[in-house]
Ligand binder design. Structure first.
Ligand code: FE2
Ligand code: FE2
Length: 199
């Protein structure tokens, strides 16, 4: 795994070392899986493979950052975060607020990459090709093992938009079963990407 210096001032070795030191081994392996799957999805969708592989690799950089650090970052007026974020949790924060840590620590300022990181936990009504690639790769990477993952892979490799729709429907179903709180943007995204055309 080698990342060219196109999107970060850090060397590939520095980038990989920082990522590895910010998470446990299982999460690190997940990130490698997402990177490889993002590369494959990029190839299938005629997108920049290097950029997709990098965005996939760093997408969970902040997943294990301590809660207190997230709260401090959200409360810092200099960062301009919506204070409603304080009502949510790390599952939501590591994307939206995680991009702030990625910009600071991994020296990445490319807007398209940072937006894909922000959107990977919630999805959105508007999604770029890279947003979709990271969102879907996160769901179907080789370490994922849940009932329906094979269908998810088949759908996503055949059509990226359908992959987004399948994932959102599956995720919402799961959250509803748990009686978990659902981020409003995710419901709005479901209404865009998951509704069958004939409905
Ligand atoms: Fe994540
Ligand atoms: Fe992830």
């Amino acid at each position: 795994m080698v990342f060219k210096k196109t999107y970060s001032t850090l060397s590939s070795e520095e980038l990989i070392a920082k990522e590895k030191s910010n998470m446990d081994e299982q999460r690190f392996q997940h990130c490698i899986g997402v990177s490889e799957t993002a590369r494959k999805l990029a190839r299938l969708n005629h997108y920049d493979e290097e950029k997709a592989a990098l965005a996939g690799f760093i997408h969970d950089y902040a997943k294990q950052v301590p809660v207190e650090e997230f709260i401090a970052a959200i409360k810092d007026p200099a960062n301009g975060f919506d204070q409603d974020l304080l009502n949510w949790n790390r599952a939501i924060w590591h994307g939206i607020v995680g991009s702030h840590f990625i910009e600071r620590d991994l020296k990445i300022s490319d807007d398209e990459i940072l937006t894909a990181i922000k959107r990977h936990t919630t999805a959105d009504v508007t999604m770029t090709t890279l947003d979709k690639i990271v969102f879907v790769a996160d769901f179907i990477e080789p370490h994922r093992d849940f009932p329906g993952v094979e269908t998810a892979r088949k759908v996503a490799f055949a059509n990226l938009d359908d992959g987004v729709g399948f994932e959102l429907a599956h995720t919402l179903e799961f959250l509803v079963k748990q009686r978990a709180k659902i981020y409003p943007k995710t419901i709005a995204a479901y209404n865009v990407w998951s509704i069958k055309k004939e409905n």
